[in-house]
Design a protein around this ligand. Structure first.
Ligand code: CA
Length: 230
């Protein structure tokens, strides 16, 4: 948890001081923003997690949440004095990952901060390419082409996953055989061609001029989709 940067957006100095002290004791680096405007100006920096007070003098935590969600999925823990259920659900509905109702125990808040950071670390994100034209979801073994789920066989999925994880790298057919089988298997080259043909059929707009899996003549294949920014 060392070197993790946390933004604390809170106008009550008493609260931000306590939260800051507890987090820094755990080795986190913290920045405090007492207003919404200040928070938004700080968002140019990357933070690993944001603690966000719902009631700020100049704007609401929800508004900031929406600004954050426009271009990042940084975990947000909302601090709220309102405890009725509608507000909680609303808070989560607009993109907060968690909420803590005031008054809260700083220890509990620190525990939640750690839990969210662990979750981010363990999360294997989906990869998307060519402006989300192609999305590969390794947890669900799912591929979406133009928002429509396409069914790949486990072998096809493994091949596509391997190629897309190493964009631009040329793989020989034999290497790809190893990806599928985990060992050398002579004479299997043509089967790779058949699998590649099937994958192309499922994910390419034009199979004669593929955007994702290109043939490198005499050698093998490479992935040439453009990974989307996070
Ligand atoms: Ca407040």
């Amino acid at each position: 948890m060392i070197n993790k940067k946390i933004l604390i957006v809170e106008d009550e100095v008493k609260i931000s001081d306590i939260v800051k002290a507890y987090l820094e004791k755990e080795g986190f680096t913290t920045t405090v923003a007492p207003t919404g405007q200040k928070a938004i100006s700080l968002l140019k920096e990357r933070y690993d997690l944001i603690i966000l007070d719902l009631m700020l003098p100049d704007m609401s935590g929800e508004d900031i949440c929406q600004v954050v969600r426009e271009d990042s999925d940084t975990p947000i823990i909302m601090l709220t004095a309102k405890s009725d259920e509608d507000d909680r659900i609303h808070g989560l509905g607009i993109g907060a990952d968690d909420y803590v109702v005031k008054p809260f125990s700083p220890r509990e808040l620190v525990a939640r901060v750690k839990a969210h950071l662990r979750r981010v670390k363990g999360k294997k994100d989906t990869s998307s390419f060519n402006s989300r034209d192609l999305v590969i979801d390794p947890l669900r073994f799912e591929v979406r082409k133009n928002d429509i789920t396409v069914i790949l066989t486990p072998t096809e999925f493994k091949l596509l996953q391997c190629l897309s994880e190493h964009p631009g790298q040329v793989f020989t057919r034999l290497q790809l055989v190893n990806v599928i089988l985990g060992y050398d298997f002579e004479g299997y080259d043509r089967t790779i061609d058949a699998h590649i043909k099937n994958i192309r059929h499922k994910i390419e707009d034009n199979q004669k001029s593929p955007s994702y899996i290109k043939t490198v003549y005499g050698i093998g294949y490479k992935f040439s989709g453009q990974a989307d920014a996070d």
